[in-house]
Design a protein around this ligand. Structure first.
Ligand code: GLC
Ligand code: GLC
Length: 847
């Protein structure tokens, strides 16, 4: 491969990715905020903010897929008054939107913060962006430094554009929107005030629709008096100017405009004088406030600003902001301390210790809602997605994972089926898409078991959880798990394999949708389900894996004499385990009998009962999903099926950039299959490298003891390896996984798309932490069973686990799998399970 241009590099010591050229091949973004208030920020400060829900509480406006790309964000414009008179060309520290060439540019994306620095004509402007813990606000700390020998006179303009809250209607309902916009301005030094607060500084409030049903508003504050401001976009920009050249900025003269309808914005104008070498700091704050109904107004039509003032007062000095930033960093120290590895491979360590875990937090928070590929107005939280995401996150903040499990289970139906998605704000199932994705129920077990093993908190199984959020329908969470698996075994097809419903994990294999109408959604058009014989081998494997977990859980509960939970009042967990064990055996038999194609596992049977993913097919003879799940389930291992399947993956699906989803790619639309063949060859679910499912095969490889193959599949999609090899081709952020990399049949194999919000994050984490490095939480302790490439050297994992702290030193010996001896705190141990005991422990592992 040709030498590729580099746009940045990792800084492991600071846990940052440093971008040194603003013109990245695609906006490279970061996420700010950890709980309620969130922002997306690109390397040129583009992006937007929202409170909890990117659709219903959008705070600032963003235009997707704009020309130029990534238009709109929190922008600072700097104009220098030149000694000879007149103004310099405006410039921005993040290069955009002005695009004035800078003498220096750097963007550092760190853990929930971003620092962008630009320098022009010996003035440096550096902005630190972050959302303090527990605060509903984005801090923008701007540091201006005069690096010259002359006095500098600067005119500084800030800029935010408000979104009218509902991000969907904000982009379409202009006949209304252009008349509703309202603001208030509080700039005491200019004599403009709507309250008698003693708050220093200057604040612009956005209160559209506050007069009626909304009880929330936003504000943009700076902790200093200003010399002017603007709140009306047209006045500030000039109707025909772009973000790069607002009229007010170009003329160096704010208009003190007051928005009435149209598009409200917030811009402060500040004159800054800097002596040679002098540095000044300004703190900008973009905040969000909710008021109680009775306390909405302080005077007729005037918003009650008490909470805003309190929020501002908590972050109005450099010291307070420093403190908040230190707390954020300490928070990340503690999160990243929980699982930490030291190997001889920097590229592995930085992904395991920093970026993979960071991405897991982000996917946990956002599911698939808001990124530069997900508009934030489309889908909410996915049932299957969120269950998988929490597996990558549960070790970090188990209590949040616990709540998530309850929220997800509350969107289940009494028969075990589930809403496919729910809205984070309301936590209600999403009716637009409904249910009928027959893999969904199994994932609840996948998520819950991960939580139980991490925490040992079995009380969650007793939580009373409703169906479809209907009060009065509550049953224990354990009962939810039970109906989940029942849903699979009560919906078997002619081969005794699971009926697929609308789709399984692959949303695009829509076997009960026969569509010739482009106005129909593949996801929701289920026009051919009556009498359907469409069965899924992916669900079969998923069922075996999760039902075995359930059996083990039941046996564990029986051993512990655990009582509450089972609705049939027998409280007999052994009997329940036996029942499910029988179902697992039946499923295994069904897969061996009707799911094996000779060299690999079939993918599915279609509506008519014809094979999908078989050598008999013209195209798409083999698919990854069933190879992944049936090898993870170890179905037919004794008969050699697992090894054959894994070999077939290498032979037919593996390519330079990863494992493609199916092969050969579909070259024409197959009416009976739905969305999958709608994609051109090599993209998305039609033979793209759908990174999410690569780890399934990798785990299958580790269970089969094939450490070399596992590692080589893993390294192909490990961001740090891709970063070194091809930043330009890969295009999207090199510090996180993306959902899809174009496959071997695509026009540009290796090109990445849909970065950040992908189940790949959690799966890469599970794979490396538990199966490759081999430290796996179990109910009673940590199981140590690594599977490594033959070349692996010694390494150490530090693992905080419940109330214990383990230092695990692993000494590989060239064999790929197989622990020979474990010594715990100086004493030899039988087997591979390190029993849980609070305190500090050292574990020596010889392979
Ligand atoms: C997307 C969806 C996920 C689905 C996958 C494959 O990542 O979020 O739910 O499983 O695509 O279609
Ligand atoms: C589209 C995408 C798929 C995603 C689905 C979610 O079909 O291709 O990846 O899972 O939408 O609704």
């Amino acid at each position: 491969m040709e030498q590729q241009k580099r746009y940045g590099h990792f800084d492991d010591k600071n846990r940052e990715y440093v971008i040194t050229d603003p013109q990245t091949p695609w906006p490279w973004i970061n996420y700010l905020g950890n709980e309620d208030f969130f922002s997306l920020i690109s390397n040129t400060a583009g992006g937007y903010s929202f409170y909890k829900d990117a659709k219903f509480r959008r705070i600032t406006r963003y235009r997707y897929n704009g020309v130029p790309m990534d238009s709109g964000g929190r922008y600072f414009y700097i104009v220098e008054s030149l000694p000879q008179g007149g103004n310099s060309q405006p410039w921005s520290p993040g290069w955009k939107p002005c695009k004035t060439p800078l003498d220096f540019y750097e963007c550092r994306h760190g853990m929930s913060y971003t620092r962008i620095t630009g320098r022009k004509n010996q003035v440096e402007a550096s902005v630190l962006f972050f959302v303090p813990l527990g605060k509903w606000a984005e801090v923008q700390r701007l540091t201006l430094t005069n690096q010259s020998q002359q006095v500098k006179h600067l005119k500084l303009f800030s800029f935010e554009e408000w979104c009218l809250w509902n991000a969907a209607t904000d982009m379409e309902n202009f006949q209304r929107n252009f008349s509703t916009g309202e603001v208030e301005v509080e700039i005491p030094n200019l004599g403009i005030s709507t309250s008698n607060s003693k708050v220093e500084g200057s604040t612009i409030y956005h209160k559209t629709e506050y007069r009626e049903r909304r009880n929330h508003y936003a504000f943009y504050h700076v902790n200093t008096p200003v010399q002017g401001f603007d709140t009306d976009r047209e006045t500030f920009m000039g109707l025909y100017n772009g973000f790069d050249a607002p009229q007010a900025v170009v003329e160096g003269r704010p208009r003190n405009s007051h928005a009435h309808g149209w598009s409200p914005i917030a811009s402060h104008y500040i004159e800054v004088e800097l002596q040679p070498g002098e540095q000044k700091e300004l703190i900008f704050l973009l905040g969000y406030v909710e008021n109680e109904q009775e306390e909405k107004f302080s005077a007729p039509q005037v918003i009650n600003k008490d909470k805003a003032h309190a929020l501002i007062a908590s972050l109005d000095t450099t010291e307070k902001v420093d403190q908040a930033f230190a707390e954020l960093n300490a928070y990340w120290d503690s999160l990243l301390n929980i699982y930490n590895v030291r190997t001889r491979n920097d590229k592995l360590d930085r992904m395991v210790n920093i970026w993979n875990q960071y991405q897991c937090m982000v996917t946990f928070n956002f599911s698939r809602s808001a990124s530069f590929f997900e508009s934030g107005i489309g889908r909410g939280m996915g049932f299957r997605d969120s269950n998988q995401d929490l597996v990558g996150f549960v070790h970090q903040i188990p209590s949040r994972a616990r709540q998530r499990i309850i929220d997800i289970a509350s969107t289940q139906f009494p028969d075990g089926g589930c809403y496919h998605q729910y809205q984070p704000l309301t936590k209600r199932g999403n009716n637009d898409i409904g249910g009928g994705f027959n893999d969904d129920p199994c994932w609840l077990i996948f998520g819950t078991v991960a939580y139980l093993k991490e925490t040992g908190d079995f009380s969650i199984l007793d939580e009373q959880v409703p169906f479809d959020n209907q009060p009065g329908t509550e049953v224990s969470l354990f009962e939810h798990l039970r109906v989940s698996l029942n849903h699979v075994i009560e919906n078997l097809g002619p081969h005794k394999l699971p009926l697929i419903g609308r789709a399984d994990w692959n949303d695009c294999l829509n076997l009960n949708c026969f569509s010739w109408d482009p106005n129909e959604s593949f996801q929701t058009t289920e026009n051919k389900s009556e009498g359907s014989q469409a069965e899924s081998l992916m669900i079969a494997g998923l069922f075996v894996v999760t039902a075995k977990e359930y059996v083990a859980l039941c046996r564990h509960l029986a051993d512990r004499g655990w009582h509450p939970g089972l609705a049939d009042s027998s409280h007999d967990y052994q009997r329940e385990a036996d029942r499910m064990e029988k179902a697992v055996e039946d499923m295994v038999e069904a897969v061996k009998r009707d799911g094996w194609d000779g060299e690999w596992y079939l993918r599915a049977y279609d509506y008519f009962g014809r094979k999908i993913g078989s050598k008999e097919c013209d195209e798409a003879k083999i698919f990854i999903e069933s190879q992944g799940w049936c090898t993870m389930a170890e179905i037919g291992a004794e008969e050699g099926m697992v090894d054959k399947s894994l070999d077939a993956v290498k032979k037919y699906l593996e390519c330079e950039h990863g494992i493609v989803l199916n092969n050969p790619a579909f070259t024409k639309y197959v009416y009976e299959y739905g969305e999958i063949s709608s994609y051109p060859e090599g993209y998305k679910e039609n033979a793209g490298i759908f990174c999410h499912n690569n780890p399934w095969v990798i785990i299958g490889e580790t269970l089969a003891g094939r450490g070399n193959d596992a590692w080589s599949h893993y390294a192909k999609i490990l961001p740090s390896y891709v970063e070194e090899k091809c930043q330009t081709l890969h295009k999207v952020e090199p510090y996180v996984n993306c959902q899809m990399v174009a496959g071997k049949d695509a026009a540009r194999p290796g090109e990445g798309k849909n970065s950040w919000l992908t189940g790949t994050a959690a799966w890469m984490w599970l794979t490396v932490s538990q199966y490759i490095l081999g430290v796996k939480p179990q109910y009673d302790g940590l199981e140590i069973d690594p599977c490594l490439p033959a070349t692996a050297g010694d390494y150490t994992v530090s693992r905080h686990f419940r109330e214990a702290e383990y230092t695990i030193n692993v000494h590989p010996n060239g064999s790929q799998r197989g622990v020979k001896a474990i010594v715990l705190d100086g004493k030899p141990l039988e087997g591979t399970l390190v029993p849980y005991a609070p305190g500090k422990h050292t574990v020596e592992v010889t392979m």
